[in-house]
Unconditional design. Structure first.
Length: 407
């Protein structure tokens, strides 16, 4: 699809609409942070008068939101090692928790009456919790519905099996006006392998990546440093251990590092890391969860990180040299993203399948990091139009819904 240059809604006589963003958030920070970036762009541009994020993230309250953006916290769930889920609400099983979440979603949308619903990643919601709401919205025909997908979901065969099990293809065909892919087809097509109809593919929009900016000012070190971030941190212990081992092995390793653990890397694991950090005598400093991490990205000499979508957007947005240490379980999403980004010259991928995750490999990567090319030298600036395209498409869809409502 082609897109015109975004214009202010007032320029075409449209009133701003209301937007709900659904983010199931069973693990990590990615879905919430992506929804916050979208909601901020839509309201700050004037495309939406207000937005509500429906989120299951346990740390949603620790983020700041623009004045026109609010959030409704859905009861939390936790994924176990065997792939099953349990409720984080004492005394409730997963079925009761899912039913409660579904009722909260339906009630919020019924009372708020949004012009646009943006669903992140899961076409049917967590355990199908969105299906009843989607059916009612489709019957009313006022609210436009969009499925938002990150640039990489999983290996095509694995994804196809997952979507078949969840009835996701059927839901996408039946309920969604558009599919927005927050990436570039030239980088990766997350829908390859899915049996989507030509009709759905014709209404799929490749937005580009979502540019990030410094929202909240924060102090950063006044001496050169590299930023080490495992994102949410829930599966980042191995990466942090590797970085600390590199500084322990090589006493002359520079630049020094600022380690941000993330909210889900805690307890005894973090305590052991803190003991090691203290023994390094200031060559590595650490902090816990920091919702204002953007200034640290902007000021760093380079970044050691995992390969999540939001982190990748920050690397591109702040034009940062990076070494990505992608997770490979329970899905290959991060590895696929890091592999393609390295092929395009945007980052270095520290690949467990190639050179292995050894201390020597990390020492070499840190030493080389300040001398890597920046993403802009590989054409990254042309990848970051996502928020502008989202604003343009949201405006067009909401104006259509308002016209239908008037008729």
């Amino acid at each position: 699809m082609t897109h015109s240059t975004p214009v202010s809604p007032t320029a075409v006589g449209a009133r701003p609409g209301r937007v709900v963003l659904y983010s199931h958030d069973t693990f990590g920070l990615g879905h919430l942070r992506r929804s916050r970036a979208l909601a901020s762009a839509l309201t700050e541009s004037g495309v939406a008068e207000s937005a509500i994020i429906l989120t299951g993230s346990p740390v949603a309250g620790r983020f700041t939101f623009p004045p026109a953006v609010d959030h409704v916290r859905l009861p939390g769930v936790k994924k176990l090692a065997d792939g099953s889920y349990v409720s984080q609400t004492e005394g409730m099983d997963i079925e009761a928790t899912t039913a409660l979440r579904s009722a909260l979603i339906d009630s919020t949308i019924d009372q708020y009456e949004p012009d646009l619903l943006i669903v992140d990643k899961e076409p049917t919601g967590f355990r199908g919790e969105l299906l009843d709401t989607l059916k009612r919205l489709r019957e009313r025909s006022k609210t436009r519905i969009v499925l938002g997908l990150r640039d990489v979901l999983d290996e095509p065969d694995v994804l196809a099996a997952e979507w078949a099990r969840k009835g996701a293809v059927e839901a996408t065909e039946a309920f969604y006006d558009e599919v927005w892919v927050y990436g570039m087809r030239s980088v990766y097509d997350p829908t390859q392998g899915l049996p989507l109809s030509s009709a759905v593919r014709s209404r799929t929009v490749w937005t580009g990546y979502l540019r990030r900016s410094i929202v909240d000012a924060a102090e950063v070190p006044d001496t050169p440093y590299i930023l080490v971030t495992p994102g949410g941190g829930g599966d980042g212990a191995a990466m942090v251990d590797l970085v600390l081992s590199a500084y322990e092995q090589d006493p002359d390793l520079h630049p020094h590092a600022v380690l941000v653990y993330g909210p889900f890397l805690s307890g005894e694991v973090r305590e052991r890391f803190e003991t090691r950090v203290e023994a390094l005598g200031g060559r590595v400093t650490s902090t816990g969860f920091d919702s204002k991490i953007e200034p640290l990205f902007a000021g760093a000499e380079g970044v050691i990180c995992m390969g999540g979508y939001n982190t990748f957007c920050e690397l591109l947005s702040f034009d940062q040299r990076a070494v990505i240490v992608p997770r490979t379980k329970p899905r290959l999403e991060q590895w696929i993203r890091a592999h393609r980004a390295e092929e395009l010259g945007l980052v270095r991928n520290l690949d467990r399948f190639r050179e292995g995750l050894t201390t020597d490999a990390m020492v070499s990567a840190i030493r080389a990091l300040p001398h890597q090319k920046r993403p802009s030298e590989a054409g990254a600036d042309g990848l970051l139009d996502g928020l502008d395209v989202v604003n343009a498409r949201a405006r067009a869809l909401m104006q259509h819904s308002l016209t239908d409502a008037a008729e």
